[in-house]
Design a binder for this molecule. Structure first.
Ligand code: SER
Length: 889
């Protein structure tokens, strides 16, 4: 390192120097957004600019002309490289400065250069820059700061940045630090990117790209304004300024690495292969903690799967390193200490966050136990079939039935020297996804291209939502769009199913787990029915409608009418959900926070964090409390305040969810307080009744309760009551005696059935002597074929067959007993018959099974089932024939 005149700088210091540098240059400091991207095209935030995407595209007015942030980011595309290189981590923090149509290259380049040199102490002689092929402008600006030989031009693969998904993009200029000849070849970044380390990327956001992979995507348009987006990796900068080898060894990561070493009994730095695994454990644990803190829970799809995969990889590597005990609780504690000062969400919810990881670790240990056995069996089968490829169906079964993640299957297969038919696996996964999607999509607004809404937004601005105060409203039609293709329409007619955007609407769009409003739009000469309501972009409400009658044109006025009954029933569910949440937190502790919810008319579903099943008595107490609170007639009040104030007031929410200072808080008296954008009843007494139906597990550490509210709860209870009365009449017992009476009856019934079986068997056995006496002689073998009444238990059939065989002692014998309905057969042979080649199993297969039944067995006794009455004579004839043939040999 040639930064010897600089004291090692801790990460917090680098962070604050960065933010101050830009604050002093007119930038508003914006807090990091949640890792859970609001942008539907992305799973997780993976760059500093993601939360600002709508401002770059001009879809939203920018609150500030300049901003700066340190954004939490997760990238898992390079997960295989994590731990192996000095530069890859799945979680990192991106320091950025942004201009939204304000300054451009002439300021952005010197801003960065000054911070590096004056703020961080880099020597100008150690810095290099690259610019895009044709970017003469950027090169001219650099020439004031660096000599021409340290400015290089690169093509689009290196110097044209895009998000990888549709969105803003543009040429970029990167700044590199020369680590010196010990790290590689001369010649600048184009020659060696290990020696010349990229420290900062300045993107000149000027275009919008469309759909497409790699560099194969269309440029849709030039953006309305010229913008700046820069990204400086905080951890990478810390690696340089702290003079350590890689970004796992900096001040905020090292403690996790050391803890991983302690827990697995390995010393970091002693063995290169172990070091890779230790870095994986440390990296994945930290990323997992950050994700859980932002509300992600382990699951089998989307973000939940990213999280599950990280946790499972960490657990597996810790085990391979030698950990015998669970490691997550301790590692998460260390992450909290290292990262907590910057991210209070880690500390505020420490118990819940750790609980989620610990539960996942436990369930994965179980999966590993069962899955590994299944995996080993599959491997043996593959090998004995002379193949070297594990089938896609096997991989899918491991995933689907045993929860074995595909990457684990891939890794374990590679270790066993096998490949996996991954394409086959993906096909099966895709088929499963399509089926699930088709189920969901049958009623939903289609996958309309978001760009369809840009002209509407530009023309008419955001939709005004008035549905908190009113359920009907006259408003103007400002957009008509095709549901399948997003095409703008002028007029729609009877039978059409399209999307309608109004300037003002009382219709609530599905969000926060609350189902959308339904209703009607009436207009001169016609009616359309509202079937679904969504916000395809945050500012617009889209009503999916079917035209019942008339023609509706762009610009027409309509009377929007929300279906009041449905709205009230959904609002009841939503208010009840707040009570359920508050009641569980009171009963189970602060850690029982919400993981998800669904509010439908009269029905609610609430998912929350808890380590184990909730005892039935706790569930009953919670239900009792909710109903008691409801009857207190507490007022439900909503108000808008700042995030800080809401947090101070103790509102429950995942803070840092989004930018924008104003949040809506909903109080149910003094019992529950939550951040919430949903609709509610006016007072808790309007809930009427709440009935919790069931409690179950949906994933490790996450439980689900379902419940009914209002008239639905009442009707459910009334139905149950009716059922109890009917039972009470039928069983001639008072309701409070019913349970005892039923237990008593079931016990007596079981005894009676046993007795009946015994009597039937005795009756059947009583005929044994006569059957033995009537044995036919077939080629010297005594053959008995007997039919017993339908309903004789298989045990009885077998006993009879064996009894008859016993009575024929001394003679070679074959006895076959069948029930009259063909439901079961037993064939037995004695040693004499067997030495003549008569085996019971084969006899059953060639008679019973060959005629349509199922069965088989050993040489001395075999059984079958699944036949029919018509088969019986043919089976007996066939048996005799088989005996005659074999006995004659
Ligand atoms: N968006 C660019 C990047 O991620 C610069 O911030 O590299």
């Amino acid at each position: 390192m040639s930064l010897d005149d600089v004291n090692p700088m801790d990460t917090a210091e680098i962070r604050s120097r960065f933010l101050n540098h830009f604050a002093q240059r007119g930038h508003t400091v914006v807090p990091s957004a949640s890792l859970v991207a609001q942008d539907p095209t992305l799973l997780l935030v993976n760059a500093g600019m993601v939360p600002f995407k709508p401002y770059f595209l001009g879809d939203l007015a920018t609150p500030w002309p300049r901003a700066t942030s340190v954004q939490k980011c997760v990238r898992t595309v390079d997960i295989e490289n994590v731990g192996r290189t000095a530069r890859h981590a799945s979680f990192f923090q991106m320091c950025g400065n942004f201009s939204f149509g304000d300054y451009f290259k002439a300021e952005a380049i010197p801003f960065a250069f000054e911070l590096l040199v004056d703020g961080f102490g880099f020597k100008p002689d150690d810095l290099w820059a690259t610019v895009y092929l044709d970017d003469d402008e950027a090169e001219r600006i650099w020439l004031d700061l660096l000599p021409a030989e340290r400015i290089q031009r690169r093509d689009k693969e290196d110097n044209f940045w895009s998000m990888g998904v549709p969105g803003p993009c543009g040429p970029c200029s990167e700044i590199y630090f020369d680590r010196g000849s010990a790290y590689g070849r001369e010649g600048g970044p184009i020659a060696d990117e290990e020696r010349y380390l990229e420290v900062w990327n300045l993107v000149f956001m000027q275009f919008e790209r469309g759909e497409g992979a790699g560099y194969d995507y269309p440029i849709l348009r030039e953006l309305p304004a010229r913008n700046i987006d820069t990204g400086m990796g905080l951890e990478r900068m810390a690696t340089i300024l702290q003079g350590v080898d890689n970004l796992y060894e900096i001040d905020i990561s090292r403690p996790v690495l050391d803890a991983a070493g302690r827990l697995t009994g390995r010393r970091y730095g002693a063995d290169p292969a172990d070091d890779v695994r230790l870095r994986v454990v440390a990296d994945h644990t930290r990323t997992a903690a950050m994700l859980i803190a932002d509300g992600v829970v382990p699951s089998n799809e989307g973000r939940g799967y990213v999280l599950r995969r990280l946790l499972r990889r960490a657990v597996r590597d810790a085990r391979l390193l030698g950990a015998r005990e669970p490691v997550m609780a301790e590692l998460f504690g260390v992450v909290g200490v290292a990262m907590g000062p910057i991210y209070p969400e880690l500390v505020d919810n420490a118990e819940t966050i750790t609980g989620v990881a610990v539960a996942e670790e436990a369930s994965f240990a179980e999966t590993l136990r069962t899955g590994t056995t299944i995996f080993d069996t599959a491997v043996r089968q593959v090998r004995s079939a002379g193949s070297a490829t594990l089938g896609g169906d096997e991989a899918f079964k491991l995933h689907d039935t045993y929860g074995f993640p595909i990457d684990l299957t891939l890794e374990m297969a590679a270790e066993a020297g096998l490949s996996v038919d991954e394409a086959g696996f993906r096909r099966l996964m895709e088929r499963q996804r399509q089926t699930a999607k088709a189920d969901r999509a049958s009623r939903r607004i289609g996958n309309v291209d978001l760009s369809a809404f840009r002209p509407i937004l530009a023309r008419s601005g955001p939709t005004t939502f008035t549905g908190y105060e009113e359920l009907t409203r006259e408003s103007g039609v400002v957009g008509l769009v095709g549901i399948a293709d997003g095409a703008g329409l002028e007029v729609i007619g009877e039978g059409d199913e399209v999307g309608v955007v109004l300037d003002t609407t009382p219709f609530y769009a599905e969000s926060g787990g609350q189902e959308p409003d339904f209703g009607l739009l009436r207009f001169d000469g016609g009616v359309v029915e509202v079937l679904d309501v969504q916000r395809p972009v945050p500012e617009l409400v889209l009503h999916r409608v079917r035209v019942r009658s008339g023609e509706l044109r762009l610009g027409d006025r309509v009377q929007a009418e929300v279906d009041e009954g449905r709205r009230r029933a959904v609002s009841r569910s939503h208010t009840a959900t707040h009570l359920v949440h508050a009641a569980f937190r009171r009963a189970l502790g602060e850690g029982a926070t919400q993981a998800g919810s669904l509010n439908s008319p009269g029905r609610l579903r609430f998912d929350f964090h808890a380590l184990g099943a909730v005892a039935p008595s706790v569930l009953a107490d919670v239900e009792d409390e909710i109903n008691e609170v409801a009857l207190r007639d507490l007022p439900v009040r909503a108000f808008v305040t700042t995030q800080e104030e809401a947090r101070r007031l103790g509102a429950m929410a995942l803070f840092g969810e989004k930018y924008g200072d104003a949040v809506r808080v909903v109080d149910v008296g003094d019992y529950a307080r939550e951040l919430c954008g949903g609709t509610h009843v006016a007072s808790s007494a309007q809930l009427g009744a709440v009935k919790l139906l069931s409690e179950s597990s949906i994933s490790a550490g996450t439980r689900r309760v379902e419940g009914l509210v209002g008239i639905d709860a009442f009707r459910y209870l009334a139905r149950e009551h009716l059922l109890v009365s009917q039972l009470s009449t039928a069983l001639k017992a008072r309701p409070d005696e019913l349970a005892d009476r039923v237990t008593d009856i079931v016990g007596r019934l079981r005894d009676a059935e046993r007795e009946l079986d015994r009597l039937r068997a005795a009756a059947v056995l009583a005929g044994a002597g006569a059957l033995a006496d009537g044995a036919e002689d077939v080629g010297g073998v005594a053959v008995v074929t007997a039919e017993v009444p339908a309903g004789t238990a298989p045990d009885g059939v077998r006993l009879l067959a064996m009894d008859v065989r016993g009575r024929l002692a001394g003679r070679p014998a074959v006895v076959a007993v069948v029930t009259a309905d063909g439901s079961s057969i037993v064939v037995v042979t004695d040693p004499g018959a067997r030495s003549a080649g008569l085996r019971a199993g084969e006899l059953v297969r060639s008679s019973w099974a060959s005629l349509g039944g199922k069965g088989g067995g050993k040489p001395d006794i075999a059984q079958g089932g699944g036949g029919n009455p018509e088969m019986v004579p043919a089976v007996f004839a066939k048996l005799r024939g088989l005996v005659a043939d074999l006995a004659a040999r």
